[in-house]
Ligand binder design. Structure first.
Ligand SMILES: [Zn+2]
Length: 111
């Protein structure tokens, strides 16, 4: 399995949540629904191949299947909540965290 996990966009999180019948999702189009089904049923070799073209979807399906907190994480993403501080009032940065959480805090207390 790949070690670097791509950032999962909100619509991808919502599509995968819907596929697994979880709250916070909404239905994808026909192709995407079929794609999520294919990833869901894929063996590791085929999943690696699908990940070349659809890394976000493979990461989101793997989160549901292998991560005990994966569903909650996808629900945060789909709702636009920061997965770290759970606030939804800030802009979400490239990393998927809110701006405040994405900014590294200085550890030496420089103010
Ligand atoms: Zn945050």
């Amino acid at each position: 399995m790949s070690t670097n996990s791509p950032t999962i966009p909100p619509d991808v999180a919502a599509h995968v949540l819907f596929h697994y019948g979880r709250e916070g999702g909404y239905q994808a189009g026909g192709f995407t629904e079929s794609l999520v089904t294919a990833i869901d049923r894929s063996d590791p070799a085929n999943r690696d191949r699908l990940a070349l073209g659809f890394p976000e979807y493979v990461a989101a399906v793997a989160a549901v299947q292998y991560d005990p907190n994966g569903v909650a994480h996808l629900q945060d993403i789909a709702a636009g909540r920061c997965p770290r501080c759970k606030k939804d009032d800030g802009p979400i940065a490239e990393s998927g965290l809110c701006e405040a959480c994405a900014q590294p805090m200085p550890l030496d207390g420089v103010a």
